[in-house]
Design a protein around this ligand. Sequence first.
Ligand code: FES
Ligand code: FES
Length: 157
Amino acid sequence: MTKIPVHLDINGQRHELQLEPRVTLLDALRERLGLTGTKKGCDHGQCGACTVHMDGERVLACLTLAAQAEGRTITTIEGLAREGELHPVQAAFLEQDAFQCGYCTSGQIMSAVACIREGHAGSDEEIREYMAGNLCRCGAYPHIVAAVRQAAQEFAS
Ligand code: FES
Ligand code: FES
């Protein structure tokens, strides 16, 4: 199939790729750029494991074509830490023991960062509602909610 040039701005770095138009952002990240922190769970928009930010808003990378990300700013889990310091949400996940196998964790963290930024982390119920698209097969939900609550409180103080 014909390839098209796609320029991706990911974690502050510009990448120039030649991709088939049907290639998803998830496959471009994982298979072309080696950014494997973003996980492929269902590949059908149902688990949230592939959550990344596009212009600061969460999107499912498995449902987004790489070509749609042209000219937008993409942040993945690899881009959250700053100068070796964990992002407060990453630190809260560690402190609250909010993962078991870790497969859902990067998607949970990306979703949590956006959830807090959107102002949707005011209560445990709200956190659960706005994080509902991120599934955890290990059932770490109580710890995930605790981590999001902790990080939201840190941002508020
Ligand atoms: S891999 Fe994208 S939602 Fe499951
Ligand atoms: S920690 Fe295993 S899937 Fe969530």
